[in-house]
Structures are given as C-alpha cells and as structure tokens.
Design a protein around this ligand. Structure first.
Ligand code: GUN
Length: 291
C-alpha cells in the first residue's frame, strides 16, 4: 500500500505556481489576487479560509479576506460580490460555504462574475465543465485530478465509484472521471444516500472517491484488493485528549482499508492540501485570462 501524500503533491504544484508568479511580476504584471468572503465564524470555515489566505502568501499571490457578520443581510453580501466583480485588481472571488440559512446560496453563486469564479460553482462554469469546455474546475475534484497525475495513477478504462453527489465534490468528480481527459476515461458509478447495495458497487471499484461526510463509513468489506481509495471526508469529532478539543476523521476507516489498497489518501494531509493547490491554480488561470 502506498500513500497519496497531498503535502508532497501540493508542494510540487505550488512550487510551479510560485515560479510562474515570479515570472509575471518580473515582466511587470500584477500577481494573481484572490478575494475570499467568510460569513460568520464557523470553526471549520475559519480554518479553511485562513489556510487559503496563507497559501496565497506562500505562492506570491495577493489576497483579500472579507469577513461579514453571521446575520449580515443577503443584500450586503451580494453588493460586496458586485464590488469585487467590478474591482479590476481582483482576479478570483470565493464565498466560503456553507452560508447561514437566511442567505440564498444559489443567488450568491450566480452573482459572482463567471470569469472570477475560481471555485467553478457558477452554473455557466458547471455547464462548461459538463461539455468539456475550458473552465474553472471546482477545487476539490481538480485537486484529486492533480494528485492522480502527480502519482501517475492510471484511470483509463477503470471502474470508479464516487460516493456523494454534492455540487462541490461528488457531482463534478463523477463528470470529470468519466470525461475524455488524461485523468478521466473511467466508467463511473455515482452512489448516494438512496443507492441500494452500495457495498456491491464499491467492491467492484478500481478507484473509490468517498465524499459523503460520514466519518469512517468505508470499511474493509467494501474494498476490492488493489483499489485506489481517495478520502474527501474531514469531519471534526470531539476528542478531549487534543488541545483543540477535536480530531479529524475521514470517510474511510483507514486502519482496516489501507492494507487492501494499492494507493490511499491520509486524513489529514491527503485531499485537503490538494484542494488549496487547485484553488491557487484556478486563481492563476483567472489572472492570466485577465492580463
Ligand atoms: N466549503 C467546502 N468546500 C468548499 C470549497 O471548495 N469552496 C467554497 N467556497 N466553500 C467550500
């Protein structure tokens, strides 16, 4: 069993981006600029956004963090997005999800200029993804593709099972793995909460992407020997022995599943760092397209 180490693969992606950014600035152009909007103070969202901002700095990007109160009105949030859409120094905009219940998430996403939608969540960009046109690929599935590329994992003709049909991960992942692209050409089964005999589907899979958000859901009895297992889950569970008061659990029961796999991602240190690297790549792409 080999580890798909997201720290190593993301470092490689970020090193290339840093060099490309330096080349931009040496040529007298602006560095890429990402603006992130965080509404409220959800602990996990705080951590993710802080990490995005920190990684921008490490890669020579500009970043702006806009913090809005948990009970901010939808109008104020939409106005902020429009302001960033119209700001010529901003290349990429992301609104960290989830949003408080009183805010219409779809409306928020549709307000972002698709040319600055580095999350790739705008319906125009999702449509382009489905049709195989150039677009911003959502960061988590994009990060997984970059990881498969980094470790040279063959995908052509393989049976892939994606568990979870979210707009952020499962749905785009299933489309990408089935697309005619270097890390695609799989035969994809998209499983979800209403899937019958999930275990049978998983047992036939050469590649499994677990993105359902249920800690340690995937167990050894669901794995074909030699499978590649990618764990997108990252749930905080209470743990009084930790200084933070919690530990992070993936969707895969690592201890029992790992010995059966050819490759497996750890949690943390697997998909997480790749997601950030992919977001930076999208931001660089947005910047290049605007220059
Ligand atoms: N929440 C969980 N994942 C993501 C992501 O990739 N982008 C945004 N904006 N919010 C998220």
């Amino acid at each position: 069993m080999l580890i798909l180490d997201g720290k190593i693969a993301s470092a490689a992606v970020k090193a290339t981006l840093l060099a490309q950014t330096q080349a931009l600035t040496i040529a007298g152009k602006r560095a890429p600029h990402l603006a992130a909007i965080l509404v409220g103070n959800n602990g996990a969202s705080e951590t993710y956004v802080a990490s995005k901002v920190k990684n921008c700095e490490e890669t020579g990007f500009e970043s702006t963090l806009v913090r809005l109160d948990v009970d901010v009105t939808e109008k104020i949030l939409l106005d902020k997005i429009i302001e960033l859409n119209n700001n010529p120094s901003v290349d990429g905009i992301l609104v960290q999800l989830p949003l408080p219940k009183h805010i219409d998430e779809a409306k928020v996403i549709e307000t972002i200029n698709p040319a600055k939608d580095v999350d790739g969540f705008h319906p125009a960009n999702v449509g382009r993804l489905v049709q195989g046109l150039p677009t911003f690929i959502p960061a988590t599935p994009y990060g997984i593709l970059l990881m498969l590329a980094h470790f040279d994992i063959p995908t052509k003709g393989k049976n892939a099972v994606v568990i979870g049909r979210s707009n952020i991960v499962g749905r785009p992942m299933s489309i990408l793995l089935s697309s005619n692209i270097p890390q695609g050409n799989c035969t994809v089964t998209l499983c979800h909460s209403r899937t019958k005999e999930l275990e049978t589907h998983c047992k036939q899979a050469d590649i499994i992407v677990a993105a359902l958000g249920k800690p340690e859901f995937l167990q050894a009895n669901m794995i074909k020997k030699g499978a590649v297992v990618i764990d997108v889950g990252i749930t905080r569970v209470n743990d009084n022995t930790k200084k933070s008061g919690f530990r992070l659990l993936g969707d895969v029961h690592f201890e029992s599943v790992a010995p059966l796999c050819s490759w497996i991602t750890p949690v943390p240190g697997g998909v997480g760092p790749m997601t950030i690297a992919a977001l930076l790549k999208n931001t660089f792409q947005a910047c290049q397209q605007r220059h």
